[in-house]
Design a binder for this molecule. Structure first.
Ligand code: G3I
Length: 302
């Protein structure tokens, strides 16, 4: 196959991209995105600050721009993200305790109702574990409502839209030896044992010199899949975009039957949240980088 999405579809997977609504009017960007990818994640437009700028007043203008573009172009959509310590609107940042807990529940219900039956996977909770070696939860206003906030979010989400796969999503959880990976593993194992509704784990995969790719990523994916959840590479970008590392990540996903697909976090380097790292598959002029060819070859079976 000659595009990333079609190549991934050969094994029943997708190859997705993060889309920014305000770039869709750029024809180079939109042409590449429409041609190459068969799954879309809104880079910012479905986040809490974007979708509920005032409490109880939902705004899906930008989110729907991404969603409608995706559907019109035949792509499935990953929802990102419902409960997160970051990109909270001001009103939510100032809440705590049971008021914040209820606001989180109301937010999940409001967003998921709008997209009911339309989202393949939702990142229900994003980035709830602390960085470093503690293996602890991240301190946040949500965590301070009680550490059961994550399972409450998942139970709320299941009731709101039973058709969506419900994912936990995080970064620096790709290396099996990292404490954060182990902490996330214990949480997912506990959720599966207690019947908390979780269907998938997203590995963001923002690789750089400080948190490099390690070949034990495949072990990580396999070990999570063995718990009975699907896995996905959800926000892939790699400092310098080395072809070999890109191919390795794709091959790791292909090696795990429960790996649903791979999403890269932007189209061209100039679209990246860390454009100085030139971490993506397309040059600023829209031409394909060597890593693009490496990914396409891997998806085509070698
Ligand atoms: O939209 C405003 C614009 O009106 C304003 O003029 C401009 C001035 O700074 O800011 C614009 O908002 C920015 C937004 O991106 C859209 O470009 C925010 O400041 C900026 O903080 C925001 O960054 C996003 C970041 O999440 C915020 O946490 C990145 O685009 C986005 O790629 C990044 O994505 C996250 C994932 O959601 C979760 N995992 C990590 C990943 C990378 O940080």
């Amino acid at each position: 196959e000659s595009t990333l999405g079609a190549a991934a579809a050969q094994s029943g997977r997708y190859f997705g991209v993060a889309i920014a609504a305000n770039r869709l009017s750029d024809s180079t960007y939109a042409t590449i995105a429409a041609r190459e990818f068969n799954s879309v994640t809104a880079e910012n437009e479905m986040k809490i600050d974007a979708t509920e700028p005032q409490r109880g007043q939902f705004n899906f203008t930008a989110a729907d721009r991404v969603y409608n573009w995706a559907v019109q172009n035949g792509k499935e959509v990953r929802g990102h993200t419902l409960a997160w310590h970051s990109q909270q609107p001001g009103w939510m940042q100032s809440l705590s305790g049971s008021a914040l807990r209820q606001a989180m529940i109301d937010h999940i219900n409001g967003v998921m109702a709008h997209y009911k039956g339309k989202i393949a996977q939702w990142d229900v909770v994003n980035e709830a574990f602390a960085d470093g070696s503690s293996g602890a939860r991240r301190d946040s206003n949500l965590e301070r409502t009680g550490s059961d906030w994550i399972e409450v979010a998942f139970r709320t989400a299941r009731a709101a839209d039973p058709s969506a796969k419900l994912c936990y999503n995080d970064y620096n959880v790709e290396d099996w030896t990292w404490a954060k990976t182990q902490a996330m593993y214990r949480m997912v194992r506990d959720f599966k044992q207690r019947g908390v509704p979780i269907d998938c784990v997203g590995f963001q995969s923002h690789f750089n010199s400080g948190s490099p790719y390690n070949s034990n990523f495949r072990t990580t994916l396999q070990n999570f899949a063995a718990l009975g959840v699907d896995v996905a590479v959800t926000e892939l970008d790699i400092q310098g975009a080395p072809s070999s590392t890109y191919a390795n990540v794709v091959n790791d996903c292909l090696a795990v039957s429960r790996c649903l697909g791979v999403t890269v976090w932007g189209v061209r380097d100039s679209d990246s949240w860390r454009s100085g790292d030139t971490p993506l598959l397309f040059n600023n002029d829209g031409s394909k980088k060597p890593a693009y060819t490496a990914v396409l070859n891997a998806l085509n079976g070698g």
